[in-house]
Ligand binder design. Structure first.
Ligand code: ADP
Length: 500
């Protein structure tokens, strides 16, 4: 009986121990599971935290990207405006028009609550050019203040903008108060040499602060205004001086026209005077010549040789006087257009040969070599042959007069288009450049030894020029001292009184 309880006890205790072991084993296993779960939970929480951080970062980046995009869009819009404004103001050269265009564009395109553009007048006074968002009283107050305290204008002299970002605190507060804003940009308007004004923009609202992009935009715009203003002012200057010049030219032209009319009147009076005096002189001269001839002929009784010689002199001098008077009369007649031209068909070679024949004795006396080259293709010309005779006689006589012995005188005639080019050349003393221009003036004679010894009137070349021009030709001279002179002139084949 005692053995039964003992064995039972043993079984029970053994079972209990086993159960305890099993329990202990399960407990240990669970605890490990719990630890592992705890670890997983911590990891999960960390991952969650990381994710949270990343989400925040993404949101932040997104916000920043949005802001950057907004800024880029604003920048693009500003640049577009800038381009429009630049184009508008650079295409006018009138100052008032420039500011009118600018004001119209700024009203619609540039988004600042307040804009003010001031210019410095030559007197130093500041003038309002554009004001947007200010009352007239505010503008007056700003002008008075800036005029009184020149420190703002002075600080713009370095060419840099003053803004609510870069201004010192005291200055910023003062400017904020003066312009009634919280954010501002003040850019200098510069000419090539100085500050000619200022460009102000500002915002009161703190929701619209000024950015660096704004500062850049306004300073570029201020520069553009400065340049356009300079162009407009330069143009104005050029325009004004051209107006003055035009006025002066008009005045001078009037003076010249008046002087020309006076000269023409004087010249007319002179021609009339010469003409009437010449006529008056010709009649008594003809009588003197006539009486001298009667006396010389002995019809009124024999006269001694000495008297005859004196009478001969009277005759020669009378001839000279008649020639002079004839030249004077011809010149005044041609000048006044009263000379009648006897235009007829002429052979120019014949005219030149006849004159050469006439002057051969003088040429022989000085052993002058005579050369005449007249182109065979020159057709018959229409001219006043007696007048053209006088041209050749005068030119060739002069050539003989001013060419030393054994020299050469050549006459050439060449056909060109509808006219003939003539030249009378010599190997004589030549003419100074200064004298050439005056050679065709009436009574002009060069001061030289030959002229001191040989008498002359200084009318020959004046007459030659008048005759050539009456035929609608031109005359000019080329000459070299001690080498010779060439008198060139043209005569048209057909006479056309209308053509000059
Ligand atoms: P004149 O022969 O009566 O003095 P002209 O009018 O014919 O008047 O000539 C004016 C001047 O031009 C002459 O005095 C002379 O000084 C100059 N002159 C003209 N022809 C020649 C020439 N072939 N060579 C040099 N000088 C000349």
């Amino acid at each position: 009986m005692i053995n039964v309880p003992i064995s039972l006890f043993f079984i029970i205790s053994t079972s209990a121990v086993i159960i305890l072991f099993v329990l202990a084993y399960f407990l240990i296993a669970k605890s490990e599971q719990i630890t592992s779960l705890q670890n997983s939970f911590i990891k999960l929480r960390n991952s969650f935290n990381d994710l949270d951080e990343q989400a925040k970062l993404i949101v932040k980046t997104d916000l920043e990207l949005n802001k950057a995009q907004e800024e880029s869009e604003k920048r693009l819009h500003d640049l577009d405006n800038l381009q429009k404004i630049s184009r508008l103001i650079s295409t006018t050269l009138e100052e008032n028009e420039l500011f009118l265009r600018l004001e119209n564009t700024l009203k619609t395109n540039v988004n600042y609550e307040k804009t003010l553009i001031l210019l410095t007048h030559e007197t130093g006074e500041l003038n309002k050019k554009i004001s947007l968002g200010f009352t007239p009283d505010e503008v007056t107050l700003i002008l008075t203040n800036l005029q009184k305290d020149l420190s703002l204008m002075d600080s713009l002299k370095n060419g840099k903008s003053i803004t609510s970002i870069n201004a010192a605190r005291i200055k910023k507060t003062a400017l904020n108060e003066l312009f009634h804003v919280n954010h501002f940009i003040i850019s200098p308007i510069l000419s090539q040499t100085s500050v000619v004004g200022l460009y102000f923009v500002g915002n009161k609202s703190n929701a619209s602060p000024i950015t660096e992009g704004d500062e850049e935009l306004i300073s570029v715009l201020a520069n553009q205004i400065g340049q356009s203003l300079e162009n407009a002012r330069l143009f104005e200057q050029v325009y004004r001086s051209s107006q003055q010049l035009e006025k002066k030219v008009q005045e001078r032209t009037q003076q010249l026209e008046k002087a020309l009319t006076e000269v023409q009147n004087i010249s007319k009076t002179k021609s009339e005077f010469i003409s009437s005096v010449s006529h008056e002189l010709r009649t008594p001269l003809t009588s003197i010549k006539g009486y001298a001839a009667i006396l010389m002929s002995g019809k009124l009784g024999e006269i001694p040789l000495s008297v005859k010689e004196r009478l001969q002199k009277i005759n020669t001098h009378s001839d000279n006087l008649v020639n002079l008077i004839n030249d004077l009369l011809d010149i005044s007649r041609i000048e006044s257009g009263k000379a009648e031209m006897n235009i007829a068909t002429c052979n120019i070679k014949k005219i030149i040969d006849n004159v050469a024949d006439l002057l051969t004795p003088q040429m022989k006396d000085k052993k002058i070599n005579w050369v005449a080259k007249v182109s065979a293709d020159i057709p018959e010309m229409h001219l006043d042959s007696s007048q053209v005779d006088r041209v050749f006689i005068n030119l060739i006589s002069n050539a003989i007069k001013f060419t030393p012995e054994n020299g050469t005188i050549s006459v050439e005639a060449l056909l060109e288009d509808n006219h003939v080019n003539f030249s009378v050349s010599d190997t004589g003393i030549g003419i100074e450049k200064n004298d050439i221009d005056r050679l065709f003036d009436e009574f002009f004679r060069v001061e030289n030894k030959i002229n001191q010894n040989v008498k002359g009137t200084g009318l020959g070349l004046a007459l030659v020029k008048k005759i050539v021009e009456a035929h609608r030709g031109k005359i000019w001279i080329t000459s070299e001292i001690n080498k010779g002179s060439t008198f060139n002139f043209t005569l048209p084949i057909e006479h056309n009184p209308e053509k000059v």
